[in-house]
Design a protein. Structure first.
Length: 332
């Protein structure tokens, strides 16, 4: 066995089990005048055995330590790779699925209707909105041709006299009619900017339904109000239908924030309340003796009726959701 010698304070320490070689090493490493007794050599051998035993114990302890550390690292690495690559054993985990909302259920049912599939396959909501703007522009051009002025007045304006004469179609045609380019420009700006949020929220068939239902509600509300106050002035414009779309947008996005002029932010429901309150205030000013006659003749009742129409369409489509948003308690 290989012997290892260490010189320390003039004493030769032999590490090994071969006593003869250790003795030979001992006598050869000392001078002739410094021969040591056999007792010294025995003491050195006992010290050597003790050091050898201590060295082996330390080595064995280190082996155990290294083995434990290496095993732990191997287990951790293996578990990480096992989990990373999906190699963990199959476990029966109870997956709790979120119940579908009312909107999701209704939208899935609508998507299966054949006529809605056909409309959605040929046109988008944005294209439909631009088509309405183009139709409004074409009707405005006809208003500007003198030879068609009387025809446009009879068939594209809403009035109590026209309804009494049997022109019920004016409840629809008046929606696409405008009195001036400024009137059309303002409505077009609102439709393609403020209401552009709806291009990604609803489908073209839903857009057309809300638009027409709100426009008709605005026409009927305007006619009823004119009968009550005995007013014969005709009404035109798409404002009532746009208010219906605006009402739908605010109800469906009641928690989202809308930024208005001067960086004022309101939630969808707050925005609807503010605009509705402003319309009611302007309507009341019409009956003030000094201010009323000087105000422009804007059909605020048609605006409010259109907003009500959009709200009714939303309630008819999602009754539970609408009640929850408006804070209406459902009957048990």
């Amino acid at each position: 066995m290989l012997l290892r010698t260490v010189q320390m304070r003039g004493i030769v320490r032999c590490l090994g089990k071969d006593v003869l070689q250790c003795e030979k090493r001992f006598f050869s490493s000392t001078n002739h005048q410094q021969r040591r007794s056999l007792g010294d050599m025995n003491r050195m051998l006992r010290r050597t055995e003790l050091e050898e035993t201590t060295w082996k114990n330390r080595l064995r302890d280190r082996k155990w330590g290294f083995s434990l550390l290496g095993g732990s690292a191997t287990l951790i690495a293996s578990g990480s790779l096992w989990q990373l690559f999906g190699l963990s054993p199959e476990k029966k985990v109870a997956v709790v699925q979120r119940p579908k909302t009312e909107k999701e259920i209704v939208d899935e049912a609508r998507a299966q209707e054949p006529w809605r599939k056909w409309i959605r396959s040929i046109i988008t909501t944005q294209q439909l909105a631009y088509g309405i703007v183009g139709l409004n522009l074409a009707i405005l051009v006809l208003w500007r041709i003198p030879r068609y002025t009387a025809t446009m007045y009879n068939h594209f304006s809403l009035s109590v006299g026209g309804i009494l004469r049997g022109r019920f179609h004016t409840t629809v045609t008046s929606i696409f009619s405008h009195s001036s380019p400024i009137h059309l420009g303002f409505n077009t700006f609102v439709q393609l900017t403020t209401l552009s949020v709806l291009f990604n929220q609803i489908k073209p068939d839903e857009y057309a339904t809300i638009f027409m239902a709100s426009g008709l509600t605005a026409s009927f509300g305007s006619l009823l109000f004119k009968l009550l106050i005995r007013e014969a002035m005709p009404s035109v414009g798409v404002s009532g239908a746009l208010f219906g779309l605006f009402s739908w947008m605010c109800i469906s996005s009641h928690q989202e924030m809308f930024t208005t002029f001067f960086d004022l932010s309101f939630s969808g429901l707050e925005f609807l309340k503010i605009i509705t309150g402003l319309e009611v205030f302007l309507l009341c000013l019409r009956f003030v003796p000094v201010i009323g006659p000087r105000m422009p003749r804007i059909d605020h009742v048609a605006h409010l009726s259109g907003a009500l129409g959009g709200l009714l369409v939303h309630y008819n489509t999602y009754p539970r959701t609408t009640k929850k948003i408006l804070g209406i308690k459902e009957e048990p």
